[in-house]
Design a protein. Structure first.
Length: 493
């Protein structure tokens, strides 16, 4: 009787914990503990918590958000690596994530610890020398998909598995703290994005392959994983599908507003004008969402009836220029948009590629779009917007260019032609040293002069690059890191 009572009590405790902590029904399928590096057993990860103010402060010593800051500027104010010292930049360490290829992860760095991801995996490294400290794997077998990174807040590292489980790991130990199934992967949902954490909430979008199901943005409790609200991008009563939300959104603290890009519809629905214009359908748009309640404040659509799946899931960059609070986006359709966050109107739309033809014959840009998900960067030092662009049309060679755009006029200030194949999709980092870091299809990481676009430095990784560079400081030394192929490459002076 005593043993039976203990079993019943244990089951009751599990049910209680599941309800209170937000554990998914298949929680037991996830690994509860991480693998620890025995050789680093004496290394102690600081218990110092990440605060709301830390996240609001933006990059400096640390790199705490996927886009660097809430405005998705992808800019580091660090300046020890600059136009004078760049010649002394050398590799400091390389960390390999075994059995992985073409990683997309953008590392997060806090207090000397780097967190980097693969599909269904999080790795914690000593950011100074690359020593691995712990690795958490969701399952025995790694998933085949990609992942773009983690979020970090208080004592938690927040991460999404490929099959749409939002998890919280202890940042010191890597052990699982809670898990929440936020979408049904059996219905066609999947996840590749880095979560967005704001105050006591963590926000997730979802990928859906533009088919079978509709997109959403949802908020969850950081402490428990409990769902707080969900905003759908398409009305339930319609037959519309798609409108995915798979790229991390941006946040305006002063307005407590999230800005989230929304993708497109399946081909047949996108070309059906009656279906396309269904009321309360927010595909091909940017949404302004109340962070507290999930209420839709306003939305703006970026072009209509496009002939190709030019998904609007490109980063939404928030800047203040003069008296104007703007949204900047280089869209896959080839148009650079400037949107006033106060008036809620498009104030400028201008091509940032040479050829645009939205007809079905000789369509320009190409199928992959004029740009894609890779992060652009806005420099508060040069006041320029830097973006990786893919030129030319369908059935033509499509070279990549790094372009510097004046956001007040939309004019191209300079353009740098990259070498190698256009298979890769690297992002861009601007720094206070007036250096632009990016990479090429040739496998080279390049440093460009932020004012002129002149190449100042390069390094061949011998690997394809699909990720974005970051910068951080440890013990007074500035580092630049980027994931290339299956490896994390880190450089310093």
């Amino acid at each position: 009787m005593k043993n039976k009572a203990l079993v019943v009590l244990s089951l009751m405790m599990f049910v209680f914990m599941k309800e209170e902590v937000g554990l998914s029904s298949d929680y037991l399928n996830l690994k509860s503990k991480s693998f620890k590096n025995w050789f680093a057993k004496d290394f102690e990860i600081s218990p110092k918590k990440v605060t709301e103010q830390d996240l609001l402060n933006g990059p400096g010593t640390d790199w705490l958000l996927y886009h660097g800051d809430y405005g998705a500027n992808h800019y580091s104010p660090l300046s020890k690596i600059n136009r004078q010292t760049i010649r002394d930049l050398v590799p400091k360490w390389v960390y390999k994530i075994s059995n992985s290829t073409n990683l997309r992860s953008s590392p997060v760095v806090h207090n000397g610890i780097m967190y980097v991801t693969a599909g269904d995996e999080v790795h914690a490294l000593d950011a100074k020398n690359g020593q691995w400290l712990w690795v958490w794997q969701a399952y025995d077998k790694r998933g085949d998909g990609i992942n773009r990174g983690v979020a970090i807040y208080e004592d938690k590292v927040l991460f999404s598995t490929l099959d749409c489980k939002l998890v919280a790991l202890n940042k010191e130990t890597g052990n699982l703290m809670w898990s929440m199934q936020f979408a049904d992967s059996g219905k066609g949902y999947f996840s590749t994005m880095a979560p967005l954490v704001i105050k006591d909430k963590v926000f997730m979008g979802v990928a859906n392959g533009n088919d079978r199901v509709r997109g959403f943005v949802a908020a969850f409790s950081v402490s428990s994983g409990k769902e707080l609200w969900r905003l759908w991008t398409l009305p339930k009563e319609s037959n519309l599908l798609g409108a995915p939300t798979w790229l991390t959104g941006s946040y305006d603290f002063s307005e407590d507003t999230i800005y989230w890009p929304v993708g497109t519809l399946p081909d047949k629905q996108r070309t059906d004008k009656k279906l396309y214009d269904t009321p309360n359908a927010y595909h091909d748009s940017i949404l302004a969402i109340d962070a507290k309640t999930g209420g839709l404040k306003w939305w703006v659509r970026l072009a209509k009836y496009l002939p190709i799946d030019w998904d609007s899931n490109e980063p939404v960059v928030l800047v203040d220029i003069g008296q104007k609070s703007l949204i900047l986006q280089a869209n896959r359709n080839g148009i650079f948009y400037s949107i006033d966050r106060k008036s809620r109107k498009i104030v400028m739309e201008k091509p940032f590629i040479d050829k645009i033809n939205w007809n079905n014959e000789n369509t320009c840009p190409s199928v992959r779009g004029a740009t894609n998900w890779m992060p652009p960067s806005y420099s508060s030092a040069t006041h320029l917007f830097y973006v990786m662009t893919l030129e030319k049309c369908i059935n033509e060679s499509n070279p990549f260019y790094v372009k510097a755009i004046d956001p007040t006029s939309g004019n191209i200030k300079w353009s740098y032609l990259t070498r190698g194949t256009n298979i890769a999709t690297p992002g861009i980092l601007a720094t206070g040293g007036n250096i632009i870091f990016s990479s090429e299809g040739s496998g080279h990481i390049v440093a460009l002069d932020a004012f002129s676009g002149k190449k100042l430095w390069d390094f061949s990784t011998g690997r394809p690059l699909f990720a974005s560079p970051i910068s951080y400081l440890v013990d007074g030394q500035q580092f630049m890191a980027i994931v290339a192929g299956s490896d994390v490459f880190t450089f310093g002076l």
